[in-house]
Ligand binder design. Structure first.
Ligand SMILES: [Zn+2]
Length: 468
């Protein structure tokens, strides 16, 4: 809906009434532009010159400017008010009870005790935690009817799994390459409610398996960087993943494409014949190493045989290389993750490596990984930081992972359930725990997309069928 103009004949100019639900910033911007436009209309200028004293002519623009600033605040109505929750927003240093107003798909106000009088819908979230929507930086969601991952049945549809875990943004970890990225975009990215970002595989057709995925002739630095530059809103990095040779050419081409496009390199590290020390040395600050906490045949462990962090790993971490969990179906072991955490190698993000054969194993979703770390001793606040603002930084997306006023309303609401729980790694080892993080509500772009217990439902009924 656009602005509605009402002519106020006595002033010979326009005033504007807004009944629309857009953000304060948007409204203000439009109003200032409109005011400047009207003041510059020749008829208005002529009328003012002939009929008004000079001091009044100067005062009118200032008055209009102030008027434009004040009016939207008076006329704005919230679509949703989240009331009484414990807000954790690490970017803005908020860790206390706050209310959040949402309108036009954006967060318009975060403050204690906002009146529910003007909100279209108030959701009582007292006793629950309200955080930015979670970001899973390692998924495989280029789902299709083919074999394997790229355009295949081994990938999954994001909306089927994200919202029930409080996730509003995923990054696909190089399931597509520059050749089939347009298909991925059309088939999944544009049709999903979840925000889907992507690392582009250096292999032209992405994850097609052996031998095509390992064909060096189809690892094109120029085309990969060009396609990455063509879609800066979606492509957040370049991936090197599966390569079983001992040449550095695939790695270096991926790294160069990332450098040209100005995005990070994601090392999915199924690179059995490339030594870890050299891999980490070749990674730049901000590049991401995933599948970090596992014992696997196709990579060297981050810990030595005594369970100590290898010095070159600590050095890479210090230099700004980022370490993602990348749990998957076989890439997370408590025997590595617990000693690493104790020694300060804390994951920068909780990437799930979501795909068809990982999601029903030890790894259920990213929230389950977060619960694992909660029971391993990490604080809830730190977990939320590493599930929201920190992964947004890994993806170099400052617009995501926080609850700033004016930002997109991607929000999750969680409860912490106490009880007796078990958490399983990909080696079949169980960790006993007493806390589990559970999703109550997920909001994506200002719309409620998941509500576990109906806390936002507008009607109530008892088991006898009586409405109340
Ligand atoms: Zn993966």
């Amino acid at each position: 809906m656009g602005p509605q103009r009402n002519r106020i004949s006595g002033l010979g100019c326009h005033a504007f009434s807004f009944k629309v639900k857009v953000t304060f910033t948007q409204v203000t911007e439009i109003k200032i532009q409109e005011a400047i436009f009207i003041m510059s209309e020749p008829a208005v200028k002529r009328t003012m010159k002939s009929n008004t004293p000079a001091y009044f002519r100067k005062a009118v623009p200032a008055f209009l400017f102030i008027f434009c600033l004040i009016l939207p605040a008076l006329s704005q109505q919230a679509d949703i008010l989240l009331k009484g929750g414990h807000v954790i927003d690490p970017k803005n240093g908020i860790d206390s009870q706050m209310d959040i107003e949402i309108a036009g798909g954006k967060i318009i106000r975060v403050a204690p005790d906002i009146s529910s009088q003007d909100a279209k819908r108030t959701v009582d979230v007292k006793g629950l935690y309200v955080t930015p929507g979670l970001i899973d930086i390692h998924t495989h969601v280029f789902v299709g009817s083919g074999q394997g991952f790229a355009d295949g049945f081994s990938s999954v549809s994001p909306d089927d799994f994200t919202f029930k875990a409080g996730i509003t943004t995923v990054a696909d970890a190089g399931t597509s390459g520059w050749r089939n990225f347009p298909v991925f975009r059309k088939q999944v990215i544009d049709r999903s409610q979840t925000r889907v970002l992507a690392f582009l595989n250096i292999a032209g057709n992405g994850m097609t398996g052996f031998p095509s995925e390992e064909d060096i002739n189809d690892m094109d630095t120029r085309m990969t960087s060009l396609v990455a530059e063509q879609y800066p809103d979606i492509i957040v990095g370049i991936k090197i993943g599966h390569y079983r040779g001992n040449e550095w050419t695939p790695f270096d081409r991926a790294s160069e494409a990332a450098l040209i496009a100005g995005v990070p390199l994601l090392v999915e590290c199924h690179l059995p014949f490339l030594p870890l020390e050299e891999i980490l040395k070749r990674m730049r600050p901000g590049d991401i190493y995933t599948h970090s906490f596992c014992v696997a045949s196709d990579r060297e462990c981050l810990l030595d045989e005594k369970g100590k962090i290898k010095p070159f790993v600590a050095e890479a971490k210090k230099r700004g290389v980022r370490f993602d969990v990348g749990h998957g179906g076989g890439m997370f072991h408590f025997d590595v993750a617990i000693p690493a955490l104790k020694q300060g190698l804390i994951p920068d993000s909780f990437g799930s490596d979501l795909h068809r054969s990982s999601m029903n194993s030890g790894m259920k979703n990213m929230l389950d990984i977060m619960s694992k770390y909660f029971n391993m001793g990490m604080t809830f606040e730190d977990i939320i930081f590493r599930a929201t603002w920190n992964p947004a930084q890994s993806l170099r997306r400052d617009d995501l992972g926080h609850l700033s006023e004016g930002s997109v309303a991607d929000i999750a609401v969680f409860s912490i359930r106490k009880g007796t729980f078990g958490f399983v790694d990909t080696g079949g080892t169980r960790l006993n725990g007493d806390r589990r993080i559970e999703t109550e509500l997920t909001i994506r772009g200002g719309k409620i997309v998941y509500d576990q217990n109906g806390i936002s439902a507008t009607g109530r009924i008892d088991s006898q069928g009586n409405r109340f």
